[in-house]
Design a protein around this ligand. Structure first.
Ligand code: NAP
Length: 423
């Protein structure tokens, strides 16, 4: 296949990084800051691959990039340029964002032997250098660990993407391009956060409290809990989402809107009576038990309740702070009850590979609810920013329509109900 000289890409622009100044987070509109534009194909370096992107997906990091919060991502690109000669390619006045893809390898650089042009792949988003000993036990600990398409340029919301070859994994053969593209970031993150010994190390019988159980991360946490013999306690914000959890096989579901929890009495003060009411609700649903693991990501708004609701000796495992990163909790409930808080972030290649392997075997399924064409990426990101979506939102790049790319119809047929549940 010939290499194009330029390609269509979704970018944020450095000269617009101040465009939302003075607005509240909810008022910042990705439809105004995400632009479809033609950009040159970057030079290919050793250990890298250029991929023709059939489909990509919206992750919350693309929402953060599009609203320039907590900081514009251009700072990451200039740091990359300062740290490494090959990083200089990434420092541009535009940032091609996106941290997921499914597609076909177009070219590989010198030193790449595991992949070749024509391979159908997905890419996880961990970019590492591994020149320092620190990263060799767990590659997430590499001092130069970056999230591709967020802390690097040339991401997946485009017709072409530049990745390191050790980001590549086989595309699950029973999935469409857009289904396959919707998985790697959230699936790998949840695998590490919940299952891996680097995270909570979930075991059979654990009660797992899952915030946002039908969202990007939560829809996978729920599946891992069910598949691993644990008991998910799913928190959602509408009867429709509660119903979706039940259709997945979940028995313990909390509709936080219907219950009307107000963990914060005002902007500065939490209400422990509300934590207790929440804890009682969990016990009602579990024959009097508490959560062994709390799967945290909403952050400031829920963290006090999460620390309270974990059982004695339990674990709160957190990978994010969507509602604010300055958390407050009552430390007496942590130390007196011997709980622990674990910080976790994406996944190493091994963990991402394990998570992808479970998808390939039909044990974990995509949760894609809707796909948009590349031109409408702004709307797709808006949906996720405003919490209007279910599961994952896909974006079609070179794939001309949905439904293409399935290579194993028999495996697909076996899991069609689970895959279609989210549509
Ligand atoms: P998502 O698809 O928007 O799902 C998050 C869900 O959380 C929402 O659907 C919502 O569900 C719930 N939620 C949101 N705000 C809440 C609040 N204030 N209180 C309680 N529940 C709330 O997003 P996602 O893809 O799951 O990502 C979630 C966060 O994790 C983002 O901040 C993202 O940047 C971060 N993340 C981090 C990593 C990492 O490697 N560190 C990886 C992936 C994502 P209901 O309305 O139904 O309750």
């Amino acid at each position: 296949m010939p290499m194009p000289e330029s390609y269509r890409a979704i970018v944020v622009r450095e000269d617009e990084a101040g465009m939302f100044e003075g607005l509240r987070t909810a008022e910042k509109d990705p439809r105004k800051s995400l632009h479809l534009t033609e950009v040159p194909v970057p030079e290919l370096y050793p250990g890298e691959a250029v991929v023709a992107v059939m489909a990509s997906a919206i992750n919350y990091n693309s929402v953060w990039s599009s609203i320039f919060e907590p900081l514009p991502t251009f700072g990451f690109l200039s740091r990359y340029a300062q740290q490494r000669p090959e990083g200089r390619r990434h420092e541009l006045p535009y940032h091609v964002i996106g941290s997921d893809l499914a597609g076909v390898v177009l070219r590989v650089g010198p030193g790449v032997n595991a992949w070749k042009p024509g391979d159908e792949v997905v890419a996880h988003c961990l970019s590492v250098e591994l020149e320092n000993a620190d990263g060799h036990g767990d590659t997430m600990l590499d001092p130069q660990q970056r999230v591709w398409g967020f802390e690097t340029n040339f991401g997946g919301l485009a017709d072409v993407a530049l990745v390191k070859a050790n980001q590549l994994m086989p595309k699950p053969k029973h999935l469409t391009w857009e289904e396959a593209a919707s998985l790697a970031l959230v699936n790998s993150t949840v695998y590490r956060q919940l299952v891996s010994r680097n995270g909570a190390g979930m075991k059979q019988g654990d009660n797992v409290l899952i915030w946002g159980a039908t969202g990007g991360l939560g829809s996978f946490a729920t599946q891992y809990a069910l598949a691993g013999g644990a008991t998910p306690i799913c928190v959602v914000s509408s009867p429709e989402k509660a119903d979706l959890c039940r259709r997945m096989g979940v028995e313990a579901v909390i509709d936080r809107t219907a219950e009307g929890y107000r963990f914060w009495a005002d902007a500065d003060r939490q209400d422990p009576a509300e934590w207790k009411r929440f804890g009682q609700k969990i016990r009602q649903l579990t024959d009097g038990e508490d959560a062994d693991i709390v799967f945290e990501h909403p952050g400031r708004e829920t963290f006090g309740a999460s620390v309270y609701a974990a059982r004695k000796g339990g674990t709160i495992v957190t990978c994010a702070s969507t509602s604010g990163y300055r958390h407050e909790y009552d430390n007496r409930y942590l130390w007196m009850s011997l709980k622990r808080i674990i910080g976790t972030h994406f996944a190493n290649y091994r963990e991402a590979w394990e998570a992808n392997r479970l998808v390939c075997k039909g044990k974990i399924h995509p949760t894609l609810s809707r796909s948009y064409p590349l031109e409408e990426t702004g709307q797709a990101a808006y949906d996720v920013h405003r919490n209007l979506h279910l599961g994952k939102v896909g974006v079609l790049a070179l794939a001309p329509r949905e439904g293409l790319g399935v290579r194993n119809e028999e495996l697909r047929d076996r899991h069609l109900d689970a895959i279609n549940r989210w549509r």
